[in-house]
Design a protein around this ligand. Structure first.
Ligand SMILES: [Zn+2]
Length: 387
């Protein structure tokens, strides 16, 4: 408490967020109960309309970026007191959960936690944005820098339509604060993320009757199996490179030598420069059976968020602000990607993992620690004000 007493604005934000905890939780409940899977435009747009109203109620100028198939992306702009460069608060409101998930995984509060689909990844982060902005505006008529909130709707499926928007906004910004979940229950902030990609390795062989013409066949399945054993050698844990053949498909029946098979693989890299090398390795695969043909498609689609000086500076600032609130914040790196990867790759200082603290993102026990909801909102307010 002594820290807080000597920091009147931190004390104000902290009290404001504590006092508004009930409303924060009610807002979160609404957001979670408006299910919003990445592939359902109608559902996404319903959730987006709710969030748009909430941001508008807090004094933001809200615009929806219309999409034909994806959900409309949401931008909310809060004016600043002077002409300084804006701060970008970044997030997404799509989730990995299909419509109807609420029936078996309802929003609920149990003990110290709240549960529900998308609560950690990342609807709690969006609620933190809302209440941090409210706290800032009720303390001092807004912030010195303008604040732009950008929430896209296809982050969980690669941000195909969100990416250009995210990049265009980030280019003009002083810093990007990403409200994705914190790393682990300790609430670590994320200063580095791996780059992410997908490869598909297809094999075309030659079909034949497994009993009558065995020698005439060239099995795509056998060839693919041998290729997979090559591809997994690209993994280099020490350098942060992983290749995971996560899905394979091939053949038709047991008595037919398969003429087609393919594998889909997730790849992760820690350094941007490793993308080219990985690409070269995939492209230089050659068939063991010369009668089989290989086809390689894909590549890295999210560059890594490397731990740059700008990001470390942002983290140190967050750490100092956290101290005022009695929080001991550490930094961490993760193999998971986010839209922060795109902004960091542009050279804009980006700090990630400022959102909900919990566990089970993308899993049935997805949950957040309730006490962190007001604390992290206050942290965000302090951080915005200090930049
Ligand atoms: Zn997320």
């Amino acid at each position: 408490m002594s820290n807080l007493m000597s920091n009147p604005s931190a004390l104000f934000y902290s009290q404001f967020c504590e006092e508004n905890q009930g409303e924060m939780l009610a807002t979160l409940r609404q957001a979670v109960e408006l299910e919003s899977p990445s592939d359902n435009k109608d559902a996404l747009d319903r959730c987006g309309a709710y969030l748009a109203r909430e941001f508008a109620r807090r004094g933001a100028k809200v615009s929806m970026h219309r999409q034909e198939y994806a959900g409309d992306h949401l931008k909310a702009e809060f004016p600043g007191r002077d002409g300084a460069k804006p701060i970008l608060l970044l997030g997404h409101f799509d989730t990995v959960w299909p419509l109807g998930t609420l029936e078996k995984m309802p929003f609920r509060v149990e003990g110290e936690r709240a549960y529900g689909p998308g609560i950690l990844d990342m609807k709690s982060g969006i609620v933190m944005m809302l209440f941090a902005m409210r706290a800032l505006r009720s303390a001092n008529e807004g912030t010195h820098r303008p604040v732009t909130v950008l929430l896209d709707t296809d982050e969980e499926i690669g941000s195909t339509t969100g990416r250009p928007l995210v990049e265009a906004e980030a280019r003009n910004c002083e810093a990007v604060l990403v409200l994705e979940p914190a790393q682990t229950l300790d609430g670590h902030l994320k200063t580095a993320r791996k780059g992410v990609g997908d490869y598909t390795l297809g094999v075309r062989g030659l079909a034949a009757h497994a009993g009558v013409d065995f020698e005439k066949g060239h099995s795509a399945i056998v060839e693919l199996s041998r290729q997979i054993l090559e591809v997994v050698k690209f993994t280099d844990i020490a350098r942060g490179i992983t290749v995971n053949p996560g899905f394979i498909h091939g053949g038709t029946r047991t008595n037919v030598i398969a003429d087609e098979a393919f594998a889909k693989m997730d790849v992760r890299i820690a350094r941007a420069s490793d993308a080219l090398e990985l690409e070269r390795k995939f492209r230089s695969l050659r068939p063991f059976d010369p009668e089989c043909a290989l086809e390689v498609a894909g590549g890295v689609n999210r560059p890594p968020m490397e731990r740059t000086e700008g990001t470390v500076r942002l983290f140190r600032t967050a750490q100092e602000q956290g101290k005022k609130l009695g929080m001991a914040l550490e930094e961490a790196s993760t193999g998971g990607g986010s839209d922060g990867n795109f902004t960091a790759a542009l050279g804009v200082p980006t700090l990630d993992g400022l959102g909900g603290v919990g566990e089970g993102a993308h899993a049935a026990h997805e949950s957040i620690l309730l006490k962190e909801l007001p604390r992290r909102s206050a942290l965000l307010a302090c951080l915005i004000e200090s930049l």
